[in-house]
Design a binder for this molecule. Structure first.
Ligand code: UT7
Length: 315
């Protein structure tokens, strides 16, 4: 298990932003489109409504701009843009190129695709850039899954949605916020959740569910072991917003009460790369985080990937 060298330069989040498309699709809207019910979707997933529409670049520009404004950082100061997405606007170039230009950044820009674990992967990559000398990195997680959803498939159409979350990371004296991280993947499970180029999402929901809980807690335990902490030390768990039953089962097995989980799935559905930053910054905006709080980010997704990170808020 890799751990952060004590000599590494750390980073802290100095600004953040969230973006959701204006169009809201409720469970009742879905009732009119397919054989499902508001009651079933709420009970089986925890989702009540979701936002759909827009492009990955458009939502990224919106959340990225808000993060820069909050951090008080001029676009010219950003040394790298890391965009996590599984739904790029085009195959080539990376969507980060469009975002870099629109935000007026003068730096390297690239996309990361690790499906719904992507934001945690990108967080680790961004910290790596800072450890290697970058001073300010713009980190964005965005997905527009509505575009690749089969709206006749009630197995997936009730889950997926669109959104974006962004953070400015700045180099800091001392170890910084990231205390530990873990990135996993099991490519032998790729047929459980995939989308061909130009196609729509196919998913074995039951099997994804079964594996999700296990791989999330495995990854979370690895990060907690590296950080030398236990579940009792966590002020907040920010899980991938895929299904409230997955979140609840994972918290239960980690020994963290649900009151300490960040949950926004009822409002957002599953927004893949955006899910963890939307939940984290929703909690921050609601005043749920204090300086020094230990926060666990933990995700899973197609691949099947899993990823976790322990951050110390506000350092
Ligand atoms: O980012 C990662 C993305 N993927 C996930 O996290 C997916 C993980 N899996 C899940 O969230 C759940 O497996 C689903 C929400 C997809 C499905 O929930 P489930 O509790 O596993 O339902 P099920 O497939 O076992 O179906 C139970 C019943 C079936 O009816 P019968 O056979 O018991 O009569 C289904 O036909 O519910 C029926 N059903 C539905 N009914 C109304 C399945 N989907 C629906 C629906 N509306 N949308």
């Amino acid at each position: 298990m890799p751990s952060i060298p004590t000599s590494a330069i750390g980073a802290r989040i100095t600004g953040w932003g969230r973006a959701l498309p204006p169009k809201v699709l409720t469970n009742h809207d879905l009732e009119a489109m397919m054989d499902t019910s508001d009651e079933w979707i709420r009970e089986r997933t925890g989702i009540e409504r979701r936002h759909i529409g827009g492009t990955t670049s458009g939502l990224s520009i919106e959340s990225g701009r808000l993060a820069l404004e909050m951090a008080g950082v001029d676009p010219s100061e950003i040394d790298a843009l890391v965009l996590s997405t599984t739904t790029p606007d085009r195959t080539v170039p990376a969507t980060s190129a469009t975002v870099q230009n629109a935000l007026g950044l003068k730096c390297g820009a690239f996309d990361v695709n690790a499906a719904c674990s992507g934001f945690v992967y990108a967080t680790v990559v961004a910290h790596g850039l800072i450890a290697m000398g970058s001073k300010k990195v713009l980190l964005i997680g965005t997905d527009t899954l509505a575009r690749i959803t089969d709206w006749d498939d009630r197995n997936t159409a009730i889950l997926f949605a669109d959104g974006s979350g962004a953070a400015v990371l700045e180099a800091t004296e001392g170890p910084g916020q990231l205390l530990a991280w873990d990135l996993d993947a099991d490519g032998s499970a790729e047929e459980l959740l995939y989308c061909e180029i130009g196609g729509t999402i196919h998913m074995d929901g039951k099997e994804v569910f079964r594996r999700a809980v296990r791989i999330m807690i495995d990854s979370a335990r690895k990060s907690m072991a590296i950080a030398g902490i236990t579940a009792d030390d966590l002020a907040l768990v920010v899980p991938h917003q895929a299904n409230i039953r997955i979140i609840s089962a994972a918290c239960d097995r980690l020994g963290v009460p649900m009151e300490r989980a960040a949950v926004c799935i009822n409002e957002t559905g599953n927004t893949s790369s955006a899910s963890i930053p939307l939940a984290l910054f929703d909690a921050a905006d609601k005043g749920r985080l204090s300086p020094g709080d230990l926060v666990l980010l933990v995700g899973f997704g197609a691949g099947m990937t899993a990823a976790s990170a322990i951050i110390r808020w506000g350092v």
